[in-house]
Design a protein around this ligand. Structure first.
Ligand SMILES: [Zn+2]
Length: 194
């Protein structure tokens, strides 16, 4: 309401605002990527994550990550978080500290390591345990390993269209999503306590 007084919220420069307000105001950059302008956004009655995911995904040439994200039975929000993780775009503390919105990079799942994508998936003892149990549940005899290794292994073994491959990719998306949700839940509690 406050910023809307200037008539438009699309290109407001609010350099004095909190990082969260600035982040919201800068969201237009993501919307412009899919060709939306402010008038288009105003028309939206109910935001659809699925639609936005499909718009953002676009018609890219086939690349490695595509085989892991697409053609699963995962719901769109799982695929979206997996996609962001594979692209290195998850807003971990390592990225947040660069813009000054956190003052430490301590992982809030194990309270030991530094929170970045490599640590969260699955160097962190907490998330490694989750992924190890999911692997066991699928009867996959393998130790949970580092993110780059997991990607390579998944690509080598489960890129096809067999039911096992689809289930594997779905469990990967579900695990990444739920670990990230747990991290966000604890992060909210951490902010409340501060
Ligand atoms: Zn950790």
């Amino acid at each position: 309401m406050y910023y809307g007084k200037q008539g438009t919220v699309w290109n407001i420069q609010a350099n004095q605002a909190s990082w969260m307000v600035r982040k919201i105001l800068q969201a237009y950059k993501d919307l412009e990527v899919v060709g939306w302008n402010e008038a288009r956004v105003i028309q939206v009655e109910k935001f659809s994550t699925k639609q936005m995911y499909q718009l953002l995904r676009g018609e890219y040439p086939k690349v490695e990550w595509r085989k892991l994200v697409c053609n699963t039975i995962a719901c769109p929000k799982w695929s979206l978080i997996l996609y962001l993780t594979l692209q290195g775009r998850l807003l971990t503390k390592k990225r947040l500290i660069a813009c000054g919105s956190v003052d430490n990079t301590k992982c809030i799942l194990c309270e030991d390591g530094n929170e970045n994508i490599e640590h969260l998936f699955f160097s962190c003892p907490y998330s490694r345990q989750v992924w190890q149990k999911i692997l066991q549940w699928q009867n996959i005899q393998k130790q949970a390993s580092r993110w780059n290794e997991e990607q390579r292994w998944a690509h080598d073994h489960y890129k096809g269209n067999s039911p096992e491959a689809k289930i594997f990719r779905t469990t990967l998306a579900a695990s990444v999503y739920n670990i990230w949700q747990e991290r966000n839940h604890r992060r909210r509690l951490e902010i409340l306590i501060l």
